[in-house]
Design a protein around this ligand. Structure first.
Ligand code: FAD
Length: 512
């Protein structure tokens, strides 16, 4: 591999052809650039937005942490390793803002009614993802984390050209030629390979990646922002006499989900007092009364008095424009790879934040693309590897779509929602276990295991198809739902998911 120039003047990266040009310097693009540059590749990122900047997608998972640790070890990146668990993150990088995430917590709300806690926890679900605060996962405050990763890439020798808006892109004579507009004038890059890490924006415009969103089952939109003074949910629960002593961890140190018919609200609490909060619902946010995000959230809260009590003192922090409204979250391109290019998972497709799959999926894509781009095989080997990568992404997105759509279809009935959610945990735990056994090459969430995929899909179909019938004969369908789903996941259910004796409080789901 050619050695890199140490000068970070953007023009440096236009003088000689690059090995890899990365469109996008979010967490995925920056981490990939860091890895490739650390291995001696000549790499640059282009991005219309400079760092630091607001970004959404903050709740990490055990899978994400495992991949970070593996990447740090494989590519000898000691600066990356501390980010793989909350305790080391706080010790080594106290300035990088983050939140403590012990697991996933869910609370069910009926419209117009106060939250109803019960000793048997029928309206609650807590799933631990770690055994203690030191080894737990982390909510990423993305403005800080993305800037940190981009800086590390630059220190390793990569270019980060931002703001830089792509204007032209063409492939000719075995080279990409990309022209970007910057405040200092246009720059023209040449590169052997191109990675789309732009959440799809670059690929749609310049790579003829196409649009197959029509293939997706899920349909949801969202309204979200960052707030201060969101009261801890646990404090309210304790006031209402809920049995918080049964909780395996503090329900606020989690990806907290308030589930309601038709959708859910996420709350991700950072240590500096800011909470990432958003409402995702099956109908587009346009269906919520009110013109802007603030009015829409107010009209939502008017239906859910307990969540309203939690948010009554909340104040907007960022992004500067206030609430972000996304009419539809889902998108899927037709292609994830082509001649001398490949997309990171979130550039190929995005489904929904419900199961916090985004960061982990992105990291698994970084892991696979780094291996492919750094492998010393022939061009035809690389083509085969890219084809396999694309096949895996297609299955992974199809699986996440199944899991998300089955859960949404059952948001009106919390027992059935739990059954659907447990299908995600089944896949996540399997994937963690197999990674621990050294199987890093497999598809994210084991989506390329035909037996597991078949079982999960069958259970998702059942839960979707019987969702509308669940109100008529609720009790029978709830029990059938759990029993049926448990049978489907039985060969993979190593931690007792859907065991009624657990009373929805899962302490031990940890594979590490
Ligand atoms: C509402 C919402 C909530 C989410 N919540 C979670 C969560 O809790 N947990 C989780 O794991 N995941 C979550 N995700 C998913 C998560 O945000 C993504 O998986 C993750 O950000 C992907 O990282 P990335 O670096 O590939 O893309 P991004 O972080 O989206 O970065 C893309 C970069 O490309 C740049 N860019 C834009 N246009 C261009 C262009 N034309 N050319 C070049 N660059 C361009 C952007 O400026 C940006 O820097 C959420 C997503 C959404 C939409």
């Amino acid at each position: 591999m050619p050695m890199l120039d140490t000068d970070h003047d953007p023009v440096t990266f236009t003088r000689k052809p690059l090995d890899v040009l990365i469109a996008g310097s979010g967490c995925g693009g920056s981490l990939l650039a860091w890895i490739l540059a650390s291995q001696g590749m000549r790499v640059a990122m282009i991005d219309p937005q400079p760092h630091p900047r607001f970004a959404i997608g903050e709740s990490s998972t055990p899978v994400a942490d495992m991949i970070l640790a593996d990447l740090a070890a494989r590519y000898r990146l000691p600066k990356l390793a501390p980010l793989a668990q909350y305790g080391t993150w706080c010790q080594v990088y106290p300035q990088l803002r983050r939140g403590r995430k012990r697991g996933f917590s869910y609370f069910f709300h009926a419209p117009g009614k106060a939250f109803q806690p019960s000793p048997s926890h029928t309206t609650e679900l807590l799933v631990a993802a770690s055994s203690d605060d030191f080894h737990c996962d982390t909510h990423w405050y993305r403005a800080d984390v993305d800037a940190f990763l981009a800086e590390a890439a630059v220190e390793a020798g990569a270019g980060c050209i931002a703001p830089a808006t792509p204007r032209q892109c063409r492939y000719a004579r075995d080279r990409w030629q990309v022209v970007v507009e910057t405040p200092a004038g246009d720059l023209a890059f040449r590169s052997r390979f191109l990675v789309d890490a732009s959440a799809g924006r670059f690929g749609t415009r310049f790579l003829q990646a196409g649009d197959r969103t029509d293939l997706l089952l899920s349909r949801s939109g969202a309204v979200y922002t960052h707030l201060r003074n969101v009261r801890p949910w646990r404090a309210l629960l304790e006031n209402w006499g809920a049995h918080c002593q049964d909780h395996p961890f503090d329900c606020d140190a989690a990806a907290l989900h308030h589930v309601f018919p038709g959708g859910w609200m996420w709350q991700l609490r950072f240590d500096h007092g800011v909470t990432s909060l958003g409402v995702a619902c099956e109908s587009s946010p346009a269906a919520l009364p009110g013109a802007g995000g603030c009015e829409k959230i107010r009209s939502f809260l008017a239906q859910y008095p307990s969540i309203a009590a939690q948010c009554e003192q909340a104040q907007l922090v960022d992004p500067p424009g206030g609430w972000v409204i996304v009419e539809r979250l889902q998108r899927r391109a037709a292609r994830a790879t082509g001649t001398a290019w490949a997309a990171l998972p979130s550039a190929f497709a995005f489904i929904d934040p419900l199961h916090s799959t985004g960061i982990a999926h992105t990291l698994s894509g970084v892991e696979r693309l780094a291996r492919i781009l750094l492998s010393t095989g022939t061009d035809s080997t690389q083509v085969e590897q890219l084809e396999q990568y694309e096949r895996q992404l297609v299955s992974e997105v199809a699986l996440v779509d199944e899991l998300v759509s089955a859960a949404y279809a059952n948001t009106g009935n919390f027992s059935r929602f739990i059954a659907a959610t447990m299908l995600y945990f089944t896949a996540a735990i399997q994937y963690e276990c197999r990674r621990k056994q050294g199987l890093q090459e497999q598809a994210f969430l084991c989506a390329d295991d035909p037996e597991l995929f078949h079982r999960l899909r069958a259970a998702c179909c059942y839960l979707r198809e019987t969702a509308s019938r669940s109100d008529a004969n609720q009790r029978e369908s709830i029990e059938n739902g759990w029993d049926r789903v448990r049978q489907w996941i039985e060969p993979y259910n190593t931690v007792g998911l859907l065991d009624r004796d657990m009373r929805n409080m899962y302490r031990h789901t940890v594979a590490r």
